[in-house]
Design a protein. Structure first.
Length: 360
């Protein structure tokens, strides 16, 4: 979920980002109050930042609260049954990203099958102490996605859809998969060797991850290679890679081969950081007082490269075209840079959220 850092001014009006085709429909405004749910996360990161981790003197702060618990639905940017409820149409950048995200989600057959004829509403929220996104499946009422505004504003398309692949594939899509509960039982509560750390000298005998001791059990269940939840997450991500490469071949506005690389990097950093830390990812953060950070980042890099080798080896013939676009081997220094980039972008998110439009 990390990318190279870029300077992004608060006034994004000067940016010229193309809106990808096909066009979406702008629907009439409504005043429905959405009930949003978010699982607490990144609390340690937010605390570090509030204690002086970064200074942004001279930049105007957004008057909205640091965590906006509810976003008012004003206008829609829609593609079929998937829509953004409150994205700003004032700036080409936010409109262009939102349009492309809708097109990609709508084209992903696994997401389409999961949604069926239900609606999916994506609402931007100014959040920095919670996860960058969450998905809530309300059955016949539809599926509700909450997306942090800083993530939309500061990450490129590959990382944004990669993070959404996690939210859909790791959670509600996996929950709805046939026989998931029964097939997953054999993986619950079992210490599973972490790929890439097989030779690590630890008191327990081998480096392991365990859903019973993890911060979030389904995260660990979703990164055990061969487990049913991992397969759902992996497959929705690989289909998204196919779609990103298709856009490149079709010369879609803004499409780049780098999008595919970013998506795969997002997936690999996600599974590696979960597996290497038993889903306690703050252990790898370059934060004051984190004495084990350097060791953990070395572990994450080794695990990343092991998952990458496995993913590359298991690619079916029809997906071989994405193999040359896999990211390079990850180093501990690159892991640190990824975490540092995330911290800086969270800090930016505390100040403004120009991609949100809750005006009437």
């Amino acid at each position: 979920m990390h990318a190279r850092d870029e300077v992004r001014p608060q006034d994004a009006a000067a940016r010229r980002t193309s809106v990808s085709s096909p066009a979406v429909n702008t629907l009439t405004p409504s005043h429905e109050l959405l009930s949003l749910q978010g699982k607490a996360g990144n609390a340690g990161v937010a605390q570090m930042l509030s204690e002086g981790g970064h200074s942004w003197a001279g930049r105007a702060a957004d008057p909205a609260p640091a965590v906006q618990r509810a976003a008012v639905q004003r206008s829609k940017l829609a593609y079929g049954n998937i829509s953004f409820t409150n994205v700003s149409l004032k700036y080409p950048e936010s409109q262009g990203k939102a349009t492309r995200i809708l097109a990609l989600l709508s084209a992903n057959t696994k997401v389409k099958t999961f949604l069926a004829d239900r609606t999916c509403q994506i609402t931007l929220e100014k959040r920095t102490t919670e996860t960058p996104a969450n998905v809530v499946d309300k059955g016949t009422e539809g599926v509700f996605v909450t997306l942090a505004s800083y993530y939309l504003e500061n990450y490129d398309i590959g990382y944004i859809v990669g993070m959404l692949c996690h939210e859909f594939g790791m959670h509600p899509m996996a929950q709805k998969a046939p026989n998931m509960k029964q097939e997953e039982e054999s993986f619950r509560g079992m210490p599973y060797p972490v790929p890439g750390l097989e030779g690590k000298d630890v008191p327990e005998g081998f480096a392991s991850m365990n859903s019973d001791t993890a911060k979030q059990a389904d995260h660990v269940l979703g990164v055990i290679p061969g487990s049913p939840r991992y397969i759902v997450y992996r497959d929705v991500t690989l289909e998204m890679a196919d779609l990103l490469l298709r856009d490149v071949h079709n010369k879609a506005d803004g499409a780049r081969k780098q999008d595919v690389t970013d998506l795969i990097d997002c997936f690999l950093m996600d599974v590696a950081s979960i597996a290497a830390t038993n889903d306690d990812r703050t252990r790898g953060m370059p934060m004051p007082g984190n004495g084990e950070g350097e060791t953990i980042r070395k572990d994450i890099a080794a695990v990343y490269n092991a998952y990458k080798a496995r993913l590359s080896q298991d690619l079916p013939l029809e997906r071989q075209p994405i193999k040359p676009l896999f990211p390079p081997e990850k180093t501990p220094e690159a892991v640190k840079a990824d975490f540092s980039t995330l911290l800086m972008r969270i800090a930016k998110g505390k100040l403004w959220a120009w991609s949100i439009d809750n005006s009437k």
